[in-house]
Ligand binder design. Structure first.
Ligand code: NAD
Ligand code: ZN
Length: 344
C-alpha cells in the first residue's frame, strides 16, 4: 500500500507540495511512501521527529511549523504523518493549525494507531500539567494502513494494542468479541490482523460519526477501561506501563465494578473477559514491581475527566456489546483497585 500511496493520495488531494513527517523509527517505511509520492509528481520534503511521547510538545510542533514556513506551504499543501499515535496526534495538530487547516493524511505504523488514534480526528499535544490538553478535531483526508510496516514493530507494542481491540468488542459488538475469543493469538501474531483492524476501525468510525466532538456522550463509550486505566498509567509514571497494558487492567477492574451494579453483566461474562485478556498476554493486575498507592490512583482518576463532586464517572459494561455511564464514589471503587494490585 505504501508503494502505491502516491496514487491514493492523488485521488483525495489537489495540492502538489507535501511535507512527510515521520517517526525516527520508521525511516524505511517512510522512504517507500516518499518514492511513490515522487513517482506521482508530488514535491516531497521530509522531516524526522524523535520517537516517544515527549515529542507531543510545543517544541516539535514549532519545528513542523518552521518547516512549513520555510517551504512556503500554501492552502492546498498536504501534510502526512507517518508513525504511531504520537506522530499522528502531533502532525495532525500541525495540519489543523497551519493556515487554519490544510490537507492531512495519516499513515499509521503501529497497531494502536491503526485501530485507534488514526481514526476519529482527535489531534494534539501534551501540556506539562497533563496529556492531550491542547489540540483540535481535524479529520484526515485518508488513512493508509499498510500491514507490512507492522513487521518491524516491537512485540510489546503489538500486544498493547490488543487491549483496545478487545475493548471494541465489549463496548459495541458481541460477535466480534466471540470472534476474538477464537482468534486472539492469531491477531497478536498478525496472521488475523486484517479482520481485527477492519472491524476496530468500523466500530470507532461508527461511534465517532455519531458523536464527532464528544457532545452527545456516545464517544465516551470508547472510555471503557480508561478511567481506571489512565489513573494507573498516570500514577505509575510515563514509560512504566504501556497504555494498552494499563487499559487491560482498567477493563478488568471496571468489569468487576459492573458486577452487581449492571444486572446483565454476570460473572461468566467477566470471566470470559479475563480469559481473553490473559490469552492476549496482557497483564491482569498491576505488576508487583510497580508500587501504586490507592490515594494517588484515586487523585489521578478524579483529575482525569470532568467529574461531579465526590464521584468519578466510569463506563461500565451492561452486557457484551454495550456500556453505560455510572458515577461511583472513591469508597465504592477502592476495594476493586486493591484487588487489582494497587496498594493501600
Ligand atoms: N488521537 C486519538 O484518538 C488517540 C487515540 C489513542 C491514542 N492516542 C495517542 O497515541 C499515542 C500512542 O500511540 P502509539 O501507541 O502508536 O505510540 P508511539 O507513536 O509512541 O509508537 C510506539 C513506539 O513504536 C515505534 N514505532 C512506530 N511504528 C513502528 C514500526 N512500524 N516499527 C518499529 N517501531 C515503530 C515508535 O518509535 C515508538 O517508539 C499517545 O500519545 C496517545 O495519547 C491518540
Ligand atoms: Zn486507549
Amino acid at each position: 500500500l505504501l508503494a502505491e500511496g502516491g496514487r491514493h493520495i492523488r485521488q483525495v488531494c489537489r495540492g502538489k507540495q507535501v511535507l512527510l513527517v515521520e517517526d525516527a523509527a520508521v525511516a524505511t517505511h517512510a522512504a517507500s511512501l516518499a518514492g511513490s509520492l515522487d513517482a506521482e509528481g508530488f514535491q516531497v520534503a521530509r522531516l524526522t521527529i524523535p520517537s516517544g511521547e515527549e515529542s507531543k510538545s510545543t517544541a516539535q510542533l514549532a519545528a513542523i511549523w518552521d518547516r512549513l514556513g520555510e517551504l512556503r506551504f500554501g492552502r492546498d499543501s498536504i501534510v502526512i504523518a507517518c508513525g504511531g499515535g504520537v506522530i499522528g496526534d502531533l502532525v495532525g495538530f500541525a495540519a489543523a493549525s497551519w493556515l487554519r487547516g490544510v490537507d492531512f493524511i495519516q499513515v499509521p505504523t503501529t497497531l494502536l494507531a491503526m485501530v485507534d488514534s488514526s481514526v476519529g480526528g482527535k489531534t494534539g499535544i501534551n501540556h506539562p500539567t497533563a496529556k492531550n490538553l491542547i489540540g483540535a478535531f481535524w479529520q484526515p483526508k485518508l488513512v493508509l494502513a499498510d500491514l507490512g510496516v507492522l513487521s518491524t514493530l516491537p512485540e510489546g507494542e503489538r500486544i498493547s494494542a490488543l487491549a483496545e481491540i478487545i475493548k471494541y468488542g465489549v463496548i459495541r459488538d458481541e460477535v466480534f468479541f466471540a470472534w476474538l475469543e477464537d482468534h486472539i493469538e492469531r491477531v497478536g501474531d498478525l496472521r488475523e490482523a486484517p479482520r481485527a483492524i477492519h472491524r476496530s476501525c468500523e466500530i470507532k468510525a461508527e461511534v465517532v460519526t455519531a458523536d464527532e466532538r464528544e457532545t452527545s456522550g456516545l464517544r465516551e463509550f470508547l472510555n471503557f477501561g480508561h478511567t481506571v486505566g489512565h489513573a494507573i498509567e498516570n500514577s505509575a509514571g510515563y514509560g512504566t506501563l504501556r497504555h494498552g497494558e494499563a487499559i487491560a487492567i482498567g477493563m478488568l477492574a471496571e468489569s468487576e465494578l459492573a458486577l452487581g451494579r449492571m444486572p446483565h453483566w454476570t460473572q461468566p461474562l467477566h470471566d470470559r473477559l479475563v480469559r481473553l485478556v490473559e490469552r492476549a498476554r496482557l497483564p491482569l493486575r498491576v505488576p508487583d514491581a510497580i508500587p501504586l498507592r490507592l490515594a494517588d490512583v484515586q487523585i489521578a482518576a478524579r483529575s482525569d475527566k470532568k467529574n461531579r463532586a465526590g464521584t468519578v464517572r466510569y463506563m461500565l459494561p451492561t452486557r457484551l456489546g454495550e456500556v453505560a455511564n455510572v458515577a461511583l464514589t472513591d469508597e465504592e471503587v477502592a476495594p476493586i483497585l486493591l484487588r487489582y494490585g494497587v496498594r493501600p
